[in-house]
Write a protein that binds this ligand. Sequence first.
Ligand SMILES: [Cu+2]
Length: 295
Amino acid sequence: MLSKNARLWLVSLVALGLLSLASSCTPKSGDEGGGEGGGEGGGGKAYAKKGNEGTISGVVSYNGAAPEGKKIDTSADSACTSKSPDLKTEDWVVKDGKLANTYVYIKDGTLADNSKIGDYGTFPDMPTGATLDQNGCHYQPHVVGVVVNEPITIKNSDPTTHNIHFTPKSNPDWNQSQPNGASPLTHKLSHAEVLVPVKCNQHPWMKSYVAVSKHPFFAVTAEDGSYTIKGVPPGKYTVVAWHEGGANGTEQKLEVTVAPNGAGKADFSFGATAMGQPSSWPVVEAIEFPMLNKH
Ligand SMILES: [Cu+2]
């Protein structure tokens, strides 16, 4: 029989072995693309355009009976009521089964030369400015995508005072009053974050979402549910469609391969569990394209 010490040794050895096995199996963080946890902009390599970049495009649908926008009671501010007498909620904007206001982005991926999309800090054709307008006591647009440190111009087009309040997790809180007729404000977010809720402290129904990405490979679906991401380096990517709802929104993923000068396709669908889908959405492996390289 083994002594107590020897048994302790044996147990420790087995535990150590299990530990090292577990750590070697730990997947790498998938947040280095546009996801949360991304670092400051400007860090990392600069991607040099090769002329063989492609696109990722698709359509986001809503399965089942579309939720109707609910009428908002704006009676607390008569300026809102007179300018927007029929204001409706915008958490689900569905037309002919197609879903608007969905943020679609490359979450991570590997380029044809085996570098990671998250290794890069700058890309050609980075967007240089976005606008968020408070107009009719709601935000236009409802969902905005920007790159890290991209200036967001915030306008007040209403005959009333708004109070714009960014409520991020990875960026500082930012809360500014903007009276009727005040000149536009500018705000920048220095950390990647999907997505930052924005609210108005004056009008509790006002909501929008700002996504901050390290790279320019994102889009927001239009009224017909369509989106196109341009200038994508050939590679294999995890593309995520994010839609508001719940504490942190709902995400769907697809693996998409972009061949040189290629057009990757990724169609997503959200919607009722009536379609038999679980409330937490599975990762769907889809889209057949020639494999450029292995994981
Ligand atoms: Cu407001």
